[in-house]
Design a protein. Structure first.
Length: 231
């Protein structure tokens, strides 16, 4: 029987893609683009996604900071729209400021935490920057549910490194055998939890995704997780 439940943030409790869209729309709206124009908005999203897939994957290799990646993404996005910019840091900063205070919860997230609080020790283990993760937690009020919040940028290691999970266990005062980690990512969440010796619950709304996996639990919605854990 588990005494602690650890959660991933983006993609599990929070709809990361919706946060990105909201911040991107706000940033380009502030730059004067008619983001209500569906065709133009689609072009902005496509250009940003293409640039992001390139630069985020190269971040470690290039040794870039988050700000440098965002500036490169904005520079290429503006170029794709036919607007060269000598100061890509301006839209990058606007995007980041909005992103850090934007949070869209996945369905059932708050209800689940309300059901679990007081019955389990609750922890959060998330990769990301301090301002974005803590800012969006505060924006939703989810921060009040957790007994421990471990953010990669604060502790100097990131999933799937097992040490970040071990820090959460230590903060909660439980052993690996007493906890289960809930996440959506196979690469970061599943791999990291397994390396730390923690059972894994795969949150995956798509019933066709990763049928080969055999996690301790698999749920298609967060309400289902509450039912499974509370019997």
């Amino acid at each position: 029987m588990y005494t602690a439940i650890l959660f991933d943030l983006d993609g599990t409790l929070i709809d990361f893609d919706a946060c990105v869209r909201d911040a991107l729309r706000a940033a380009f709206g502030e730059l004067g683009y008619e983001v209500s124009d569906e065709q133009l908005w689609a072009e902005i999203q496509a250009a940003s996604a293409e640039a992001g897939s390139v630069y985020w994957s190269q971040q470690s290799e290039r040794g870039w900071t988050r700000a440098q990646v965002m500036e490169a993404v904005m520079r290429d996005t503006l170029a794709a729209l036919g607007a060269e910019s000598e100061h890509p840091e301006i839209p990058a900063d606007r995007y980041w400021a909005r992103f850090c205070r934007t949070a869209h919860l996945n369905p059932g997230a708050r209800d689940l935490l309300e059901r679990l609080q007081g019955r389990f020790k609750l922890g959060l283990v998330t990769n990301g920057e301090v301002d974005s993760q803590r800012g969006r937690l505060a924006a939703t009020g989810l921060d009040s549910f957790f007994d421990a919040v471990i953010i990669s940028a604060e502790v100097g290691c990131a999933k799937p490194d097992p040490h970040i999970f071990e820090l959460a266990l230590e903060a909660l005062g439980v052993g690996a055998e007493d906890a289960i980690y809930v996440g959506d990512s196979v690469e970061h969440d599943l791999a990291g939890a397994q390396r730390a010796g923690i059972d894994f619950c795969h949150y995956q709304p798509d019933p066709q995704a990763h049928p080969e996996l055999q996690p301790a639990l698999r749920v298609r919605c967060l309400a289902e997780l509450g039912d499974r854990l509370l019997g």
